[in-house]
Design a protein around this ligand. Structure first.
Ligand code: SF4
Ligand code: FES
Length: 227
């Protein structure tokens, strides 16, 4: 496989929430296939900065696939073409020399664009604030065997808790629904004994908040699970 590739990027540029956005075309050359997608954007931003131009704004933090900060739609796919892979963990070896990539921010009424590829995902925080917690002081960690938890319940709760709150499911959904995110947060608490007493009230409040914030309804298209 060729180690270095050249690409044409069409990147969404938008100076602010009230500004009109547009796709701008950039050529990036000599990109190592060992780079991550964000490192490829770093290279482009370095070139833009050296040419006195405005670098592309994009969100990132851990660059390890665990924090949920990064994300963009690449050729119509949130986080790009690899399943279960965040944009920071997507490597350029998955692209070919001469590829054309269209890079856009998450598109959802509930995620207003702040700048370029950066969107405001505070609406996901609002869903958590509406009920995604246990409202008692649980004190310090108890002895692990004092509350029996069936292995199956622990496994399913852990799966749900693996949601990093990136918002890709919302971007993937034609309805712009946050149902996968909300369901993950509802489930990881409701499956465990400590979360059960408030389970119904928690789910009602979080779904109500999700509706208020402008997310769409889930109609079981399951696009969110494919990404
Ligand atoms: S459920 Fe949604 S927000 Fe959570 S990790 Fe998956 S795509 Fe990201
Ligand atoms: S930067 Fe943390 S998940 Fe991508």
């Amino acid at each position: 496989m060729k180690k270095n590739i050249n690409l044409t990027l069409k990147v969404w540029r938008q100076a602010g929430n009230r500004e009109k956005g547009r796709l701008e075309i950039y050529s990036v050359k000599n990109i190592s296939t060992d780079m991550s997608f964000l490192e490829m954007l770093d290279v482009l931003n370095e070139e833009l900065t050296q040419a006195g131009k405005e670098p592309i704004a994009f969100d990132h933090d851990c660059r390890e696939g665990i924090c949920g900060m990064c994300g963009a739609v690449v050729n119509g796919r949130p986080h790009g073409p690899e399943r279960g892979t965040t944009l920071c963990q997507l490597h350029m070896r998955h692209f070919s020399d001469g590829d054309e990539l269209v890079i856009e921010p998450w598109r959802s009424r509930a995620f207003p664009v702040i700048k370029d590829l950066v969107v405001d995902r505070g609406s996901l925080d609002q869903i958590i604030i509406a009920g995604g917690y246990i409202s008692v002081n649980t004190g310090s960690a108890p002895e692990a065997n004092s509350v029996p938890v069936p292995q199956d319940a622990a496994d399913r709760a852990m799966d749900a808790a693996a949601c990093i709150g990136c918002g890709a499911c919302v971007a993937a959904c034609p309805n712009g629904s946050a149902m996968l995110f909300t369901a993950a947060k509802v489930s990881h608490l409701a499956l465990l004994p400590q979360g059960k007493p408030e389970a119904a009230r928690r789910a009602m409040r979080m779904v109500e908040k999700m509706d208020q914030l402008g997310f769409g309804n889930c109609s079981n298209i399951t696009e969110c699970q494919i990404e």
